[in-house]
Design a protein around this ligand. Sequence first.
Ligand SMILES: Nc1ncnc2c1ncn2[C@@H]1O[C@H](COP(=O)(O)OP(=O)(O)O)[C@@H](O)[C@H]1O
Ligand SMILES: [Mg+2]
Length: 370
Amino acid sequence: MDGARDLVDELPDGLVVVGADARVQVVNASAERCTGIRREELLGRDVRTALPLQDTTGRDWWACTDPFRGLATRTGHRERLLVLPGDHEVLVTARYVRSGRSAPVERVVLQLRDTEARRRLENDHAGLISTVAHELRSPLTSVKGFTSTMLRRWERLTDAQKRLMLETVEADADRVTRLIAELLDISRMDAGRLEVKRQVVDLPAMVRGQVDRMVATGQPAERFRVALASPLPEVWADPDRLEQVLSNLVGNAVRHGAGVIDLVVAADPDGDGVAVVVDDEGEGIPAEHIGVVFTKFWRGSRRGGTGLGLYVVRGLVEAHGGRITVGASPAGGARFRFTLPAAVPDFVQLPPTALVERRRGADRRATSRG
Ligand SMILES: Nc1ncnc2c1ncn2[C@@H]1O[C@H](COP(=O)(O)OP(=O)(O)O)[C@@H](O)[C@H]1O
Ligand SMILES: [Mg+2]
């Protein structure tokens, strides 16, 4: 029997066997890991209390399925996502073992799987595809609507009406282009192929540049307050990527926030690099959403965005070796803070692609000099 026990412990998936009396007979090592419950706390106990599985709406799964008294023809359940106390998620497949058709259940065999890998896959596939399709469809529907109207009623529309429609079409086309650019970044990020071409960057100039751009596109200059510490540690970063990070954060503060936007660049007190803070005076992000703002496609409001901005921002900051956090600003709005490590000395801790890029850059410089 010891050999058999070793064998079940080697199974990659969790295994729990329950007798007709609802008592747990077998628990393997993976099941302990999946459930977070120790074998001793399960063996010999009534499974309905020792392993209190619930469905995702909080209903008691054992009461709902009632394997010991339910439909006498049931042979089990297909894999489902269930929850254990403490929000512990498990994928459960159940098999009811009977001695013959319609005979009482002799054993219930549960197969348990970790949700992590599956969920990641699900999010990346089904969820992504349907969200992308939806995100692409809404601007395209509007483009189609306005262009057909213009084609059909060209003579009857005033120039002002045509202009308005064309402006909408242009904005929608921009939106689709932006979405596709973000998706390409995400696929590079997820595949670990995002290239960061580092060079010394003038962070204060970049921050001022962002503000100038916002003002040029119609934001009142009084909306921005910039505080730049000096001197600042030297930062090596990819200037295009850093622009992207800043423009997303500032754009979010303008669009989702309100009031004055404070931009602070200073030495990072917890490291050797710099920290950039973007504060606003809007409603901020409710505590219950703090954990999800960096998730793909999550958005709290319908103000134009795709919900990909912050996911991309986090990926870019981390690709630079920095960290990004979100919290509340002193005025009660949102505070986004990210760090960038100090100058990266030659040949240290660069991902291989970045290293190659730097070498190539150095070669180019050498060639142009010679
Ligand atoms: N400064 C902010 N103030 C309030 N909410 C914010 C702020 N920045 C981001 N958010 C919230 O986080 C969500 C996700 O942001 P993001 O990923 O940039 O997507 P998007 O801007 O496309 O909606 C936004 O929809 C918004 O609800
Ligand atoms: Mg955004």
